[in-house]
Design a protein around this ligand. Structure first.
Ligand code: ADP
Ligand code: MG
Length: 257
C-alpha cells in the first residue's frame, strides 16, 4: 500500500514545506538489513521517509522486535542505513566518514537509555562531564557546566554521589544532565522510563520535555501508552514499517514556531 510517511499531513505540511527551515533530520528512503546466521539478509527497516523538525517531540511505539531501537540508532547516527539518505541540518550524514559522524554525535546529539549507562566508578559530576569530553573547554568550565546541568535536573545536592548511591530515577536524571550539558540539537531516549515506577517515569519525561522547551528535539521510544500519550506526534512501527499515528492532538507548544 501507500506509505503514509511519503504523504505529509496538512498539519505537518506547514513546516515540512519550508526549504532549509525547521528540518533537523530527514530520512529519505532509508532501509536497514542485517545478515542472519545463514548469510541471508533480513530487512529490519523497510523504506522510510521521515522529517524531524527543530524542537519537535516524537514518541516511537511498537511491539518488541519491531525495529524501534534500530530506527533510533539510524536517526542518532550510531548506525548507518543499508540504503537511502540521512540528512542532518541538510548535510548528508551517509556521505560522512566515521570520524566526522562521531564528532557530530558527540557535539550535537544526546542519548538516554533504559539502563542509564553511567560509569559506575565515578561521581555524578564526572559522569555529566563526560558529555563535554569532545570540547576543548578547560576542566573548571566543564565542571561548572556539569554542575549547572545537575542543578537543572534537581540533583545539585548529589554531585559527589556515585551511581550506586543514587536511586534509579536519580541515575536517569544524571543521564539526562549528561545529555543536556552539551546543549544538544536533539535527544534520543530508548525506553527511558522502562526501569522506573510510573511516577518517577513521568518526572523523567517532564525533564526531557523541559529540555525540548529550550529548543532540543526529542525522540522517545516507549511501550507505555501513557507516556506516548503525552507526545504531540507519535510513530508506530510494526515489522519494520513506520506509520504516523493520526492524532487528534495539536502541535501547540511543540516549539518550532
Ligand atoms: P525493538 O527495539 O523494536 O525491540 P530492534 O530494533 O532492537 O527492535 O530489533 C528489530 C529486529 O532487528 C529484531 O528482529 C532484531 O533481532 C534485529 N536486529 C537488531 N539489531 C541487529 C543486529 N545488529 N544484527 C542482526 N539483527 C539485528
Ligand atoms: Mg529496543
Amino acid at each position: 500500500g501507500m506509505d503514509p510517511l511519503s504523504q505529509p499531513t496538512a498539519d505537518s505540511a506547514s513546516w515540512q514545506g519550508e526549504p532549509g527551515h525547521g528540518r533537523l533530520l530527514t530520512l529519505e528512503n532509508v532501509t536497514k538489513a542485517f545478515s542472519g546466521k545463514d548469510g541471508t539478509m533480513t530487512q529490519i527497516l523497510h523504506p522510510t521517509n521521515l522529517t524531524i523538525a527543530h524542537g519537535e517531540r516524537i514518541a516511537i511505539v511498537g511491539p518488541s522486535g519491531s525495529g524501534k531501537s534500530t530506527l533510533l540508532s539510524l536517526l542518532g547516527t550510531l548506525d548507518m542505513p543499508t540504503s537511502g539518505t540521512l540528512r542532518y541540518n541538510g548535510d548528508d550524514v551517509t556521505a560522512m566518514g566515521e570520524r566526522q559522524r562521531s564528532d557530530l554525535r558527540a557535539a550535537r546529539i544526546g542519548f538516554v537509555f533504559q539502563q542509564f549507562h553511567l560509569i559506575a566508578s565515578v561521581s555524578a559530576l564526572e559522569n555529566v562531564m563526560v558529555g563535554l569530553q569532545y570540547t576543548t573547554l578547560p576542566r573548571a568550565e566543564r565542571r561548572d557546566r556539569a554542575t549547572a546541568a545537575l542543578e537543572q535536573v534537581g540533583l545539585g545536592h548529589r554531585l559527589r554521589h556515585r551511581p550506586s548511591q543514587l536511586s534509579g530515577g536519580e541515575q536517569q536524571r544524571v543521564a539526562i544532565a549528561r545529555a543536556l550539558v552539551k546543549r544538544p540539537d536533539i535527544i534520543f531516549a530508548d525506553e527511558p522510563t522502562g526501569a522506573l515506577d510510573t511516577d518517577t517515569g513521568h518526572t523523567i519525561l517532564d525533564l526531557l520535555f523541559a529540555a525540548a522547551d529550550s529548543g532540543a528535539s526529542l525522540v522517545v521510544v516507549t511501550h507505555d501508552p501513557n507516556v506516548a500519550a503525552r507526545f504531540p506526534r507519535r510513530l508506530h512501527i510494526r515489522d519494520g514499517v513506520v506509520r504516523e499515528i493520526a492524532g487528534e492532538t495539536t502541535r501547540e507548544g511543540d516549539g518550532h514556531a
